[in-house]
Design a protein around this ligand. Structure first.
Ligand code: ZN
Ligand code: ZN
Ligand code: FE
Length: 730
């Protein structure tokens, strides 16, 4: 009998792969070795490998994702037993940082087993679950390089940690009540229950940062939280006891249920049921009445919901089985608070009760937000996320200013870092710079190219340029919407980039663009007819100005005298834009849906929410000389409003019309350039009604690709791919 060498690639490191191999080989009585290397896991087996290979296909380690298995016959070696070998240095350089992982079923069982030594221990974890990214200071991933190094393992934990047969073998954050992190106050369980019963607001230190929580069924508590946080209408996410509860208030598809229960445990945006909640459910779902819904997600038809993901959350719901508001602890849109000291100084006037612990959060990480459409915020559990990229160079991409994050490519993989925040906050800028330095140090790599947005005044651009200058690196500015599209699909395609704002190659603000593109470049084939933004950013905050600007081009004679009109006439501080997001804002004002948005995207989200989905009509538009003319559409809306057609019907017609516009543009390009995929990216494609209408109109005639990361958090991926391509062509 000869030996067998097995080489496995994919996500196979830092996921308990080697102990799995050890256990399986030992069970089958096979001798040999297993080792991590830069290109995956290498196994040498001596004996009949067939049962082992079967097990590998049928029942691999739960966190692994195998891309390929290659076997090869090798010379027999008379080994006795099976051995786990240490990884070599090259192997370590390629390890990826795992995201944090939700509590696994085995640990949950122990958590609620009164005979287990970790009964009700809020920091229980194993090799298949627990904190990762949020506690890692450096690589390779080892307890001494995480914030768990402050806790010395007790004898019992050490025995588990060193036993390849134990499910906590090499579980770096292993802990127990004797040796691990502790809650402050120690009687936190009763503090939590009392606070919830009394309608108080609690600051809780979780996995990626602090949350503010209150009973979601208590209107006084929810309104207090809004007042104290200064958060007027932006929706709150809920954490709820179980999937059943969610089904009583929201429509949940099979895929959405999977997403909710996945080990990433994101906040999932779900469609709220109309009217009454389903009465068959015997419990708390019924208490979630329309009035309360309005306080959680004012004016919207969706609700952001997540299931408990840490052992602490499981205990919280065991004690108090109501849904709770669970929102990042910060003031307005500042980065999430993650240290005990900052929580005490900054949350004193918001929270009544503090529940903390003494495990440091090294890398803060907001909860991820997903929907059936994709990842709207790649945070805790989802990111860091890696994918293959067509370059071996080290490229660093700085993203955009809104929903900023960055991407780092090296050794043929690009890793998207978790969502950082909006860079207008100086603290977010600091986090961007620190996170980049940490990641470069972790992987001991040096960027060879810096890519950034084309916008000269973006904070991200300036930070990228000064970074490049300090290190003497070449830089590349990349057009925002090109990056959106390439991030969604790098090959040649017809791209629809419908977005809020992005700097165009001509110096105006783009955002309603139809492009023929690939990673090497783009041609702007159609765009929304440009209009002025009177006052620039001021118009974004006060979209009545945008509407006046549209009316100015459509039927100026009907406009009443106003300061905006004078501004439009003078043209002073009236930057031009072709932004689809801004068109949404203006229509929302015109239909009386949202005149004064209090957060980014509110006007468009409310417009989507009121649309009557049974309405199939549409509005007039024109496409000529590469321009999508919205003026007939505005005239149509004015007419219909005058006739008394309700806003819900007109909102639906607006969406239907945009789908028609997409079809029209795509069809014209397909006639010339052939059967290419149609790719959709940009913040506007977070709109599920629009996506659904586009699918309906195109009806399988063309291949449609919707971006996994529709908003600006996907920008750094596209930037990296364009950077890689430009480099290759030099
Ligand atoms: Zn576990
Ligand atoms: Zn212990
Ligand atoms: Fe964008």
């Amino acid at each position: 009998m000869n030996g067998t060498a097995i080489h496995i690639t994919g996500i196979v490191q830092g996921v308990g792969f080697r102990p799995w191999v050890w256990k399986t080989a030992t069970r089958l009585g096979l001798a040999g070795t297993v080792r991590n290397n830069f290109d995956g896991v290498h196994i040498e087996l001596f004996g009949d490998p067939s049962l082992f290979l079967q097990a590998l296909e049928a029942d691999p380690p739960p966190l692994s994702k195998i891309d390929s298995i290659r076997t090869e016959e090798i010379e027999f070696q008379p080994l006795t037993g099976f051995q786990i070998l240490e990884s070599d240095a090259a192997g370590e350089a390629l390890q990826r940082i795992s995201p944090d992982i939700a509590l696994c079923d085995d640990c949950r069982r122990e958590l609620f087993d009164s005979s287990d030594r970790r009964h009700h221990y809020p920091f229980i974890n194993c090799v298949n679950c627990g904190p990762r990214f949020s506690i890692i200071e450096n690589m390779p991933y080892d307890r001494s390089k995480t914030s768990m190094r402050a806790f010395e393992m007790c004898a019992a934990c050490r025995t588990e940690y060193t036993d390849p047969n134990n499910r906590r073998y090499h579980a770096q954050p292993i802990a127990c009540p004797d040796c691990g992190p502790r809650m402050d106050p120690a009687n936190w369980e009763s503090a939590w229950r009392n606070a919830m019963q009394q309608g108080k607001i609690v600051a809780i230190k979780g996995i990626g940062g602090f949350h503010l929580a209150c009973d979601a069924l208590n209107p006084v508590a929810v309104s207090n939280l809004r007042k104290r946080k200064g958060r007027e209408a932006k929706p709150f996410a809920l954490m709820v006891p179980d999937l059943e509860w969610i089904k009583t208030v929201c429509d949940v598809s099979v895929d959405e249920a999977k997403l909710l229960l996945s080990r990433e445990r994101p906040i999932v945006l779900l469609k709220l049921r109309d009217g009454q909640t389903r009465m068959s459910a015997p419990h708390v779902g019924q208490a979630f009445q329309p009035a309360l819904r309005k306080m959680i997600a004012p004016g919207l038809n969706t609700l952001g919901v997540m299931l408990p993901y840490s052992p602490m959350h499981e205990i919280m719901f065991d004690l108090f089985p109501h849904p709770v508001v669970m929102t990042s602890a910060n003031h307005s849109a500042e980065p999430m608070i993650h240290t005990n000291a900052a929580a005490r100084t900054k949350l004193g006037n918001i929270a009544d009760v503090f529940l903390m612990h003494n495990r440091d959060i090294v890398n803060r990480c907001d909860d991820s937000v997903c929907s059936a459409l994709g990842v709207l915020r790649p945070g805790r559990g989802v990111a860091p996320v890696s994918m293959p990229v067509n370059t071996d160079r080290c490229i660093l991409a700085f993203g955009a200013d809104m929903k900023n994050t960055f991407a780092l490519a090296h050794h043929g993989q690009v890793t998207l870092h978790p969502y950082i925040g909006d860079l207008e906050h100086p603290e977010a800028q600091q986090i961007l710079e620190q996170s980049i330095e940490r990641e470069l140090a972790c992987f001991k790599v040096a960027p060879e190219l810096v890519v950034h947005d084309l916008h000269p005044d973006y904070f991200s651009t300036r930070i990228a340029q000064s970074f490049a200058e300090r290190r003497g690196l070449p830089t590349l500015g990349i057009q925002h919407h090109h990056a959106h599209l390439v991030g969604a699909h790098p090959g040649k395609a017809i791209g629809f980039a419908f977005d809020g704002t992005g700097y165009g190659s001509d110096g105006t603000i783009w955002g309603g663009e139809v492009m023929l593109y690939d990673a090497g470049g783009f041609e702007r084939k159609f765009n929304l007819r440009p209009f002025a933004l009177p006052g620039g950013d001021a118009a974004v905050k006060d979209p009545k100005r945008i509407l006046e600007s549209l009316l100015y081009q459509t039927c100026a004679t009907k406009l009443e005298a106003s300061s905006t009109l004078r501004q439009l006439e003078s043209g002073i501080n009236c930057p031009m834009t072709s932004s689809m997001g801004r068109l949404f804002d203006a229509v929302s004002v015109l239909l009386g849906v949202c005149e004064r948005p209090t957060y980014d995207g509110e006007a468009a989200m409310r417009l989507e929410a009121i649309a009557d989905e049974s309405e199939c009509g549409d509005l007039a538009f024109e496409i000529a000389a590469g321009e999508i003319d919205w003026r007939p559409l505005i005239l149509d809306l004015l007419d219909e409003l005058e006739k008394g057609i309700p806003a819900s019907i007109l909102a639906a017609r607006f969406h239907n019309t945009l789908a028609e516009i997409v079809y029209c543009c795509g069809k014209r390009l397909a006639a010339i350039h052939g059967n290419l995929p149609w790719v959709f990216a940009g913040g506007v494609f977070q709109n599920r009604l629009l996506v659904e209408r586009i699918k309906r109109v195109v009806d399988g005639e063309f291949e449609l690709v919707f971006s996994t990361y529709p908003n600006d958090s996907g920008i750094p991926l596209g930037q990296t791919m364009i950077g890689a391509r430009q480099w290759a062509s030099k």
